[in-house]
Design a protein. Structure first.
Lengths: 130, 289
């Protein structure tokens, strides 16, 4: 994939409402993240990489689909940085592109389980599509 | 007492028990939950970013209805509660979101700035009805049951908006457990995520999380874990048998304690914990699988 997304760190900061400069690098967000093991880049790295403007790397990573939106990093950050909002902003920048949806209706039958609550499908659609 | 009530998509389908027993228990406590007309799905997850306006509108419409009908909106599903409460806060405190949302809703004749109050059923029990009254109404105390509350994420976080309880040391469900005559079991994983909607893509992630949660509850002596979230219920239930812990909706246990749960219903549905309460053709078909 070519690294040409035309999305700037400023745009990510604007739509997320997050200022990465507030971060003091304590790592508590990653320590408390239930998706840590599944992620290539961890919540504290999202903050540092947005600060450095490394948006393309994050947009190309599967890490943006691993967040469970549990808000533990938001709750437990001593500096109110809200890393989950950054992850969400980067995921949105990807899925909002033409053909950028991570989940397609055709994928659902294979993933479906008769016990699955509607809430799971609704939430996944909200997170993974535009 | 009559309250406007937002059931949400899942309580009309896979989580009928959560809804049915919630309404019955409320009735037994002198409260009527009046389902608001033409409600729309909350979206399941709160849109965290500032520029997502359209996805907030269903919550605003429900809140606006409540504003004009008693002033309070009750939810039972953790996800609906989380989304609607956070959107309510946006409408009251975030001028940009509120302005954009109201611009959309002008055509519906709606102008809303966070005037309604959104409360979860647990808050209805604790703050409106009162646990003393709940305790007094218990007909079948759950004596000898050791019950762990599973809060998950959505009831408590972010605590500065949700304001239900202390996000790290909550007591609202434990106090209910005691009011129902059971013994509370406090365990560390009660407010850690079950894996949520990741279950759609990768079953192993929530399986691992659910095993950790249930093992932790069991290690601390719990025979049962209660939840208010259909997705937590689904993820935990998948591991419940292997872990030897029962997973039940909190409203079902409450209805049982208040003596308004039809025991034939539970007999017909196996252990009764969480099996479809409504015998519609679809539910019957699933049961035979």
């Amino acid at each position: 994939m070519t690294a040409d997304y035309d999305v700037t760190a400023e745009e990510i900061e604007q739509i997320s409402g997050v200022n990465p400069l507030r971060c003091m690098r304590c790592g508590r967000c990653s320590a408390t993240c239930p998706a840590y093991d599944e992620m290539e880049y961890h919540p504290h790295q999202f903050v540092a990489m947005v600060e450095r403007g490394e948006i393309d790397k994050l947009m190309e990573s599967q890490s943006i689909y691993k967040c469970m939106s549990c808000m533990a990093c938001i709750e437990r950050c001593p500096r109110q940085v809200k890393p989950a909002r950054l992850i969400e902003a980067i995921r949105l920048a990807v899925v909002r592109k033409q053909g950028g949806n991570h989940l397609c209706p055709d994928d659902v039958p294979a993933l479906y389980d008769p016990d699955l609550p509607q809430q799971a499908l609704v939430s996944a659609y909200r997170k993974f599509t535009k | 007492m009559v309250y406007s009530y937002f059931p949400g998509c899942t309580l009309k389908n896979k989580a009928r028990d959560l809804d049915l027993y919630g309404r019955r228990a409320a009735q037994a406590l002198g409260v009527t939950l009046e389902e608001i007309p033409e409600w729309q799905c909350c979206g399941g997850v709160y849109p965290m970013n500032e520029d997502e306006i359209a996805v907030r509108l269903s919550s605003v419409r429900a809140l606006n209805y409540a504003k004009e009908n008693g002033g309070t909106l009750v939810t039972i599903c953790s996800a609906c509660h989380n989304v609607i409460k956070q959107v309510n806060n946006d409408m009251a405190a975030d001028g940009t979101i509120s302005t954009h949302a109201n611009n959309y809703l002008k055509q519906d004749g709606i102008e809303y700035h966070g005037e309604a109050r959104e409360i979860h059923y647990l808050e209805l029990l604790r703050d409106e009805i009162g646990y003393d009254k709940v305790r007094a109404a218990v007909k079948n105390p759950l004596k000898g049951r050791k019950i762990g509350a599973y809060y998950g994420c959505l009831l408590l976080r972010p605590s500065n908006v949700m304001k239900m309880d202390d996000a790290e040391h909550p007591t609202i469900m434990e106090d209910l457990i005691e009011a129902m005559g059971a013994e509370k079991v406090v365990y560390a994983m009660r407010n850690e995520c079950c894996g949520g909607y990741q279950t759609l893509e990768d079953k192993e992630v929530p399986a691992k999380r659910a095993r950790m949660i249930l093992e932790n509850a069991k290690d601390n002596g719990a025979d049962t874990v209660i939840t208010a979230c259909p997705l937590c219920y689904y993820n935990l239930k998948k591991q419940a048998e292997a872990e030897g812990v029962r997973v039940v909706y909190f409203t079902e246990l409450l209805a049982q304690a208040l003596g308004v749960k039809d025991e034939n219903e539970s007999a017909a549905a196996g252990d009764g914990d969480g099996a479809p309460a409504c015998k519609c053709p679809m539910a019957a078909k699933e049961e035979t699988k």
